[in-house]
Design a protein around this ligand. Structure first.
Ligand code: ZN
Length: 624
């Protein structure tokens, strides 16, 4: 599961107990449902031992945390391929069971990175990884010119604070402190650091002010804290922020301050004491010569796809992603343990093993069910739902014959019988089907339903294509995205019960006389999956960004009905390239621009529709 908020699930909670009060209605609905499963299909119960064995295999050290670009991920795909083949399921990829595609995994430094400073006629070459280091989401390129100190690099209208007020940084480098002025905490009610403290926000703000290079510096350190350069690749950001980004050690910046008779730490203290910016141009130098040379790294990964044909060409998808964070990337929630295997036993060996177990249980019914079943093991999920995005872009079975998509992501840690099922509002029959399944499976699950079909996992790619989705989930926990997400913490007996429930849902969906009708759920929540966290999402715009990679701009996979974007005539597949006075190169730029806007503001946006620019005025609304 990609990092994102799951709180909306609780906000949309609708308990089964609540539904049961309406007995009359329920009885009628059950009758319908029984009719729908007129042909009895019996599925053997899931086997918790086999299930746990698969999780152990997938989470073993030789699978290397199933990170994109590792041999371990390739090994996992072989394991899945072999399993589906042994069950006699049909290959449903583009290359046998596999659907290969390429993902960007990160960046690496090329040999030619350098920084030279010249102060009062004296040139000094700084040492890479010792005095300075590029950030992984930097552009590649060269810069020569002066430096402007811009404090924390924040332009925060909401706090009446702007480090860029009165200084011209066009074509120059800016020196920027990490974190944020102390008054932000006071003025925002001490709810933790705001969005302005994030390096991505600082980079975008600098670029939007015309700076060519951004030089981060730690500034004042906590007691006992060392002045370290950020580890290359440890900060998440866009692939290319559109500006040169690096960090220098405090000592380097202090020498620049000293040359103009100041002190970095003193100026920083002054900003915090007075709550006012203290930006200035380094008139007496340094003059910098900077070269940053970074290369994006790519990996070839595979979705693994197996088909159980039914009597008709309609089918449902039962899917789970099998990739995880490998040795930990910028999505690790244990940054100090990056380099250790992140086994991802719950995320998402638990869902992957679930699909494997369901495939085993249904495989003997080849040609006997009314609809077929596509068993889908997606890759690239942790990098932004890339495998499922690839599948809906290049579907290996006709999209219009897909009756429903069931996604399992993190189903291994059921506690106190509590489970979450999302997407319940997206299919006309889902509520009834689920209630019937719960009755059938004799589980004591306390199910929390949510209607909407958008959240931070692969089903989102399908709901954007107007396919009804169900999302099965056992909840977040403190081992999420850490090396401690290990197999011994999996609750296999409860997960097997959950699989029995899913199996019953499958039986009903493949046997019902008609497939569920897709229902658009009006959702009031921000999209999960946008990295960054912290701070609000700004006013309501109403687009669903495509998580696939777009070269430049933000592609909308959908527009929420009735939203500001819809009212302005924006459509799915439009590519946003300009938002007011801000260019939009990626999702980070869009998120930043939206956060800086106000409810009621009318924003001129430009989108590319079939490659042609179109302008629209969007009146931003209050997020509900
Ligand atoms: Zn995840």
């Amino acid at each position: 599961m990609v990092r994102g908020s799951f709180l909306p699930l609780a906000r949309h909670a609708l308990t089964l107990e609540g539904a049961k009060i309406r007995r009359g209605l329920l009885a009628g609905l059950l009758a319908f449902s029984l009719l729908a499963t007129a042909t009895p299909v019996s599925v053997a119960p899931a086997n918790p031992k086999l299930y746990l064995d698969d999780i152990k295999t997938l989470a073993a050290p030789d699978m290397e945390g199933r990170g994109a670009g590792t041999k371990g991920l390739a090994k996992a795909s072989k394991y899945l391929e072999h399993w589906y083949k042994s069950l006699g399921l049909q290959p449903a990829g583009t290359n046998g069971y596999l659907q290969p595609f390429t993902v960007t995994t990160g960046a690496k430094l090329k040999p030619d990175n350098s920084l030279t400073e010249e102060i009062a006629g004296t040139k000094k070459e700084l040492v890479l990884s010792q005095d300075f280091g590029p950030a992984s989401f930097s552009s590649s390129g060269i810069f020569a010119g002066p430096v402007v100190f811009v404090g924390y690099g924040a332009s925060a209208d909401e706090f009446q604070y702007d480090d860029y007020a009165g200084v011209d940084v066009k074509g120059k480098a800016v020196l920027v402190l990490r974190y944020e002025p102390e008054i932000f905490g006071e003025r925002s009610g001490h709810q933790g650091l705001t969005q302005h403290s994030q390096l991505v926000t600082k980079a975008i703000n600098a670029r939007n002010h015309g700076a060519k290079a951004v030089i981060f510096v730690n500034g004042k350190l906590a007691d006992g804290e060392e002045d370290l350069l950020m580890r290359f690749g440890s900060i998440s950001g866009p692939q290319d922020a559109g500006v040169l980004l690096l960090q220098v050690k405090n000592a380097v910046a202090e020498s620049w301050f000293k040359a103009v008779g100041k002190s970095l730490i003193e100026v920083q203290q002054q900003i915090n004491h007075l709550g006012k910016p203290a930006s200035f141009v380094f008139a007496a130098g340094p003059q910098l010569s900077l070269k940053i040379d970074i290369e994006a790294t790519h990996a070839n990964v595979n979705n693994v796809l197996a088909y159980l044909p039914g009597k008709t060409n309609e089918y449902i998808i039962v899917g789970a992603h099998y990739d995880h964070l490998g040795y930990g990337d910028s999505n690790s929630l244990a940054p100090s343990q990056i380099g250790q295997v992140h086994p991802g036993a719950d995320d998402n060996a638990s869902g992957t093993a679930g699909v494997m177990e369901l495939a085993r249980l249904f495989a003997p019914m080849k040609g006997q069910l009314d609809r077929g079943i596509l068993f889908a093991s997606f890759s690239g999920e942790e990098l932004g739902l890339l495998g499922s995005a690839e599948w809906v872009r290049q579907p290996t079975l006709p999209l219009d014959k897909c009756a429903a998509m069931l996604n399992m992501d993190m189903i291994g840690r059921i506690k106190d019988n509590k489970v979450y099922i999302g997407g319940v509002g997206t299919g006309s029959t889902f509520k009834v089907v689920l209630e019937q399944a719960q009755k059938q499976s004799n589980s004591n699950f306390k199910i929390e339903y949510s209607a909407g079909g958008y959240s931070a996992s692969d089903h989102t790619s399908f709901v954007a294509k107007k396919i009804p989705v169900l999302f099965f989930f056992s909840g977040l926990h403190s081992d999420y995205h850490k090396p401690s997400d290990t197999w011994d913490k999996i609750n296999a007996p409860s997960a097997a019960q959950m699989l029995d429930l899913v199996a019953d849902v499958i039986v009903q969906l493949v046997s019902a006389p008609a497939p569920p009708v897709f229902v658009t759920v009006v959702e009031d929540k921000p999209m999960g999956g946008i990295s960054g966290g912290g701070g609000g999402y700004g006013p309501y715009f109403g687009s669903i960004p495509d998580f696939g990679e777009v070269k430049d701009g933000v592609r909308f996979s959908d527009i929420r009905p009735g939203s500001p974007a819809a009212k302005a005539g924006l459509r799915a597949d439009d590519v946003l390239v300009q938002f007011g006075d801000k260019p939009i190169h990626n999702l980070y730029d869009f998120t930043d621009a939206l956060r800086r806007s106000k409810v009621g503001e009318v924003v001129e946006v430009q989108v590319l529709r079939d490659g042609k620019p179109i302008t629209a005025s969007v009146t931003l609304e209050q997020r509900k």
